[in-house]
Design a protein. Structure first.
Lengths: 495, 495
């Protein structure tokens, strides 16, 4: 059974004084009003971590009651930072089953009331325990991916910096036109360069902000102008170091393949997209994973203006997570709200795209391991004859299998990527240098570098000394005067 | 599209040294093996609060990876203590939509590693904030319902005690025959009476234990011997005091009505049931809400042996939450695993029921506000002609609407029910007497009683003094010598 959208709503994203349930009620009310509904048959509620952010469990029930829909079945859905998209997918199947006619999807998160250190700790819980215990945060892992991307595609540090700045500048520019965005100011390259380093090479302006907000969509089995034409969902290894690729996300590629197949569309059919840019480089990687551009070439499209608001394939017309803001549970659904605005020609004079009949949203859960791709179309879109349709999207998908933890090994390894983290979670000193090291037995391990004052001396693909200390891997530059004996002194002085 | 069950699995419930993901892997492996599957198209994962119980977010991804199913779409579903049933329902629609052939439902919780006080606090987060701040716990609210039930149906304190003991004794007896049960010892009435008071009139043996465990079911669109014939889901007010009834759960009645309608079955067609007995009285109320027995008469069926293992309508042949144990996320799915065991004649010589072609499970989320009812049948069951089928289940459903918080009021109120809580959450003194008081304006408020040494002097339906103190309602017996002036002294002495 086909599934359609009959209403959408969202709050302004940003710092809010309202409670989470009040924000969600605001978003839901707009959607219900647009759909001319007072009741629905079920509520699918996306909140990533109400338990720790607002201290509540049983949130699905609370919301049904707060909305005045007491009695209505209400289910909470969670897929880490793609939760909004996960709730949408879950609701899609409920309607597609024919058991329900009208379903409310509602997603939100409240984060700004906590300290940044606490928020960072809560967000870090999506990271595999074995990597989290090194002090790895989401920006730290994203930074290691950025380093690897630059290395793999031969981008100089300055070139990488320029690419990242361009994403931030473009998305802030788009966000400045979006009344729902957290940041409505344009930024310059100078602003970008002045912003503080969070995890080398990622700056504050490379990271989506901490945000409060809610978004909502009504799904229905009755035809409306907007049809859900494709949904795909895939996971990847919990630990980043177990991946087969550090410069693309298999989970996005698999999810995209399923969505394109369901929609019988190819990447070239997509006219615009919202692409999860929790970190600037993720937008570039996303446009490659989605088949819009070849691997390593997404940044060229950005340079050429293709992904700009007036380009051939606008990416994140909303401003993306970067500028619209990133209430973790809400973002995946807010992307779809933006697509509906565009498809209905209601994105506002300045932001409205000319070609807006087919849009795609790509949402990332965790560090790229619970991803969803959703395609929405105008129902009146001229359909090309689909007889014998064959996809032209054939991504290189190599899903990794979780490997058993390697035995502690010492000796020489190869530094595959690294970062120096300046915004460390509670309990970790700053700066903290972390790397992924390939052992002599071919295993990939996370390791920290105690010589934290000189991270710039580290080079990828170079041999390093690998030791274990209290079950933690430690790596250091392999030099003629081996400084191993200094380690313990050095770390206790700073501890 | 019809949905069938092709495999089930569960761990032994109890205190486990294994991690949550290892227990869940064990449960999933059995189910996958029985279904002869190595892959599924999606995983629906029920965990109520992995964030606070085990400190992990993004648990759906971790499990897909741990199971060796890296890449498989994986979604976490949560509906408080009915989470296992909620995950099952969500997966049901995914298969019913025709988009998926084989889906893994997996539910679990790990709780025993934390202190009871901490576990109590975490579990209390499912309670509405406005009631939680009085120190109300799940047993406290259940105890108030038990008091009200006894009052409404004219049961003396001794009679109520006898009924509750009978539920505990029956379920422990059933559990003693269940190799998966946490408690495998039978208990006597003497044991019951010796068990400590948790929240008057509920004793330790009235409350389901704190448990580790996992359960799993494979749903498929391909016909198998077990068919999912009915599912219903409903919520109720977040706050207990906003309910229209304190002696039944509207959410169970609504969910049951939907499930019976989908299955085209009546309560009299059900041959056995698993009924959420987190507190002994909830089993009695459940059998009434499900239409098995008239309101206020469920306990008679128990006395007459109707709900015993060898009776006409066995309730909780597994031992129920009481004896099998209650890993909050897993219980709703474990109930369904038991039903499948019974329907397949695989419940073991001592526990196997003779009539086992149609079974029902009723799961309660929160304090009766996110409930699901699921009906499973043998596919080879002789179908009665359904032409012109009409339900004979017409429960009295009166869903409440959330009322605005009443302004603080003082004066005289009526004490509708109360309890004295001995196992208080962190930060509250013990014992703590709580009550629901109807104000002169007809509002129901929660209130605490500072004269905590003499709770037995309190009587329901009697007038009490109602005051507010720092935004908290306080009630006291209305006596000629008004003791209001003693309040502040009394409470500071004990504080």
């Amino acid at each position: 059974m086909d599934v359609y959208i009959s209403g959408v709503g969202m709050t302004k994203f940003g710092r809010s004084k309202e409670s989470l349930e009040k924000m969600m009620t605001e978003a839901a009310s707009s959607a219900l009003e647009e759909a001319h509904l007072e009741k629905v048959e079920a509520i699918y509620l996306g909140v990533m971590n109400a338990e720790e952010f607002v201290g509540d469990s049983n949130f699905a029930t609370l919301l049904a009651d707060t909305l005045g829909l007491t009695g209505t079945p209400s289910t909470r859905v969670e897929t880490a930072s793609s939760t909004g998209a996960g709730a949408f997918e879950t609701a899609f199947y409920a309607v597609a089953s024919g058991h329900m006619k009208h379903v409310l999807v509602l997603a939100g998160e409240k984060m700004t009331h906590l300290s940044t250190a606490k928020t960072t700790r809560i967000l870090s819980e999506v990271i595999d325990r074995s990597e989290r215990r090194y002090g790895a945060t989401m920006p730290a892992l994203a930074a290691m991916i950025a380093q690897k991307y630059a290395r793999e595609f031969n981008l100089s540090p300055m070139k990488l910096e320029d690419i990242l700045a361009r994403v931030a500048i473009k998305n802030h520019s788009n966000g400045s036109l979006n009344p729902y965005a957290q940041f409505r100011k344009i930024i310059t390259k100078e602003d970008y360069l002045k912003s503080q380093m969070v995890a080398f090479p990622l700056r504050l302006y490379d990271c989506a902000p901490i945000t409060d907000g809610a978004s909502s969509i009504i799904l229905t089995s009755q035809p409306t102008p907007i049809r859900v034409s494709g949904i795909g969902h895939a996971t990847d290894t919990a630990a980043v170091r177990h991946r087969t690729s550090f410069t693309s996300f298999n989970s996005t590629k698999e999810a995209a393949q399923k969505a394109y197949t369901m929609a019988q569309l190819n990447p070239s059919d997509i006219q615009f997209a919202e692409v999860h840019d929790a970190f600037t480089l993720f937008e570039i990687i996303g446009t490659e994973d989605l088949g819009f551009f070849p691997p390593g070439e997404g940044w060229k499209a950005l340079e050429e203006g293709i992904t700009h608001l007036q380009g051939r394939l606008p990416i994140n017309p909303s401003g993306g997570l970067k500028a619209r803001g990133h209430p973790v549970g809400a973002s995946g659904l807010a992307q779809l709200v933006e697509i509906v605005y565009q498809l209905k020609g209601k994105a506002g004079k300045e932001r409205q795209l000319k070609r807006a009949e087919v849009g795609l949203a790509s949402s990332i859960g965790g560090l790229g391991n619970n991803n969803l791709v959703t395609i929405l179309e105008r129902s009146d879109r001229t359909q090309i004859i689909k007889e014998g349709w064959r996809p032209d999207y054939h991504p290189d998908i190599r899903v990794s299998q979780k490997k058993p933890a390697p035995p502690p090994s010492e000796g020489v390894g190869i530094l595959k990527t690294f970062t120096t983290l300046y915004a460390t979670p509670e309990g970790f000193r700053s700066p903290l240098t972390l790397g992924l090291v390939e052992t002599e037995t071919g295993e990939m391990v996370m390791a920290c570098n105690p010589d934290y004052h000189f991270p710039q001396k580290l080079k990828m693909e170079k041999k390093v000394c690998l030791k274990t200390r209290e079950g933690i891997y430690v790596f250091e530059k392999l030099t003629p005067w081996n400084r191993m004996k200094r380690w313990f002194k050095g770390s206790s002085k700073s501890g």
